[in-house]
Design a binder for this molecule. Structure first.
Ligand SMILES: [Zn+2]
Length: 273
């Protein structure tokens, strides 16, 4: 009797816990809050939509799990200290504050995305070195392709090339490592995809040296020259802004119509005796 009652009560509760955990992993704190606020009350979709939702959720979860597992089995502290030529290390431990709680938190928050980047680096035979001053990792491709840019993934930067002068290389690694707290905060707030999305949106309106994340990480060390702080409003940006304004207006109108219509409908359906 007790078991039946327990099962009856625990089932929806564990389902809710699983949902909250899923949204925490995939969508961060905002994702979990969204699910608690709206997501759990969402109407049941049609079967094909539910299948698509399931596949998307499964893929997202699989990527996070693979990244987490790979990061856990890759011993990055074994990687050599970065150097341009043997003996000319630019990843020295000078200025190293050791493993502070903030550093641990950053590494933990960016764990899955770092793991995915490490998997990519391992799969493509890219050597990874340790920028010891910031406990950060640099993966430089031996063969650079034209137009390739350095890309940060939490605790590691995948780069097509790196300066050969040790001081310049050290400065660039320092700059790249400053993107790690940005990744960490964005991941905790809205999941592992949040930083690339936020960066992309920012870069669309504030390209290159105007990008807020780049400015915060340090323009000069990142190889940027100051261009200004304002947005660049070309035709594509204006089109996107107009479309966003139209979408907002349409949404507000729909909400108002639904509110206006709501009580009347209910009244007609249940006439007063
Ligand atoms: Zn940067």
């Amino acid at each position: 009797m007790v078991a039946v009652r327990l099962a009856g009560f625990s089932h929806p509760l564990s389902r809710a816990t699983a949902h909250v955990l899923f949204w925490l992993l995939v969508g961060g704190l905002l994702g979990a809050l969204w699910w608690l606020w709206r997501g759990r009350k969402a109407p049941l979709r049609s079967a094909p939509v539910r299948v698509l939702q399931g596949v998307a959720a499964g893929l997202a979860l699989a990527l996070i799990l693979v990244g987490t597992a790979w990061r856990a089995v890759t011993d990055l502290d074994d990687s050599p200290v970065c150097s341009s030529v043997p003996g000319e290390e630019w990843g020295s431990t000078e200025g190293d504050d050791g493993f502070t709680p903030t550093l641990y938190a950053q590494k933990l928050a960016t764990w899955p995305e770092t793991g995915l980047a490490m998997l990519y680096a391992d799969a493509t035979g890219t050597t990874v070195c340790r920028y010891a001053a910031a406990h950060y990792y640099v993966a430089v491709r031996t063969v650079a392709r034209a137009g390739e840019r350095s890309v940060n993934f939490g605790d590691v930067v995948l780069s097509p090339r790196f300066p050969t002068v040790p001081t310049e290389a050290g400065a660039l690694a320092e700059h790249e490592s400053r993107h790690r707290p940005q990744w960490a905060v964005a991941t905790v707030l809205a999941g592992p995809a949040a930083f690339p999305i936020a960066y992309g949106v920012d870069d669309f309106f504030f390209p290159g040296a105007r990008n807020h994340f780049e400015r915060q990480a340090g323009l000069a060390s990142g190889g940027y020259a100051w261009e200004g702080a304002g947005p660049v409003l070309g035709a594509p940006q204006v089109v996107v802004l107009v479309l966003m304004a139209l979408a907002l207006a349409a949404g507000a109108l729909r909400l108002r119509r639904r509110r206006d219509r709501g009580p009347g409908r209910r009244h007609r359906r249940h006439p007063a005796p």
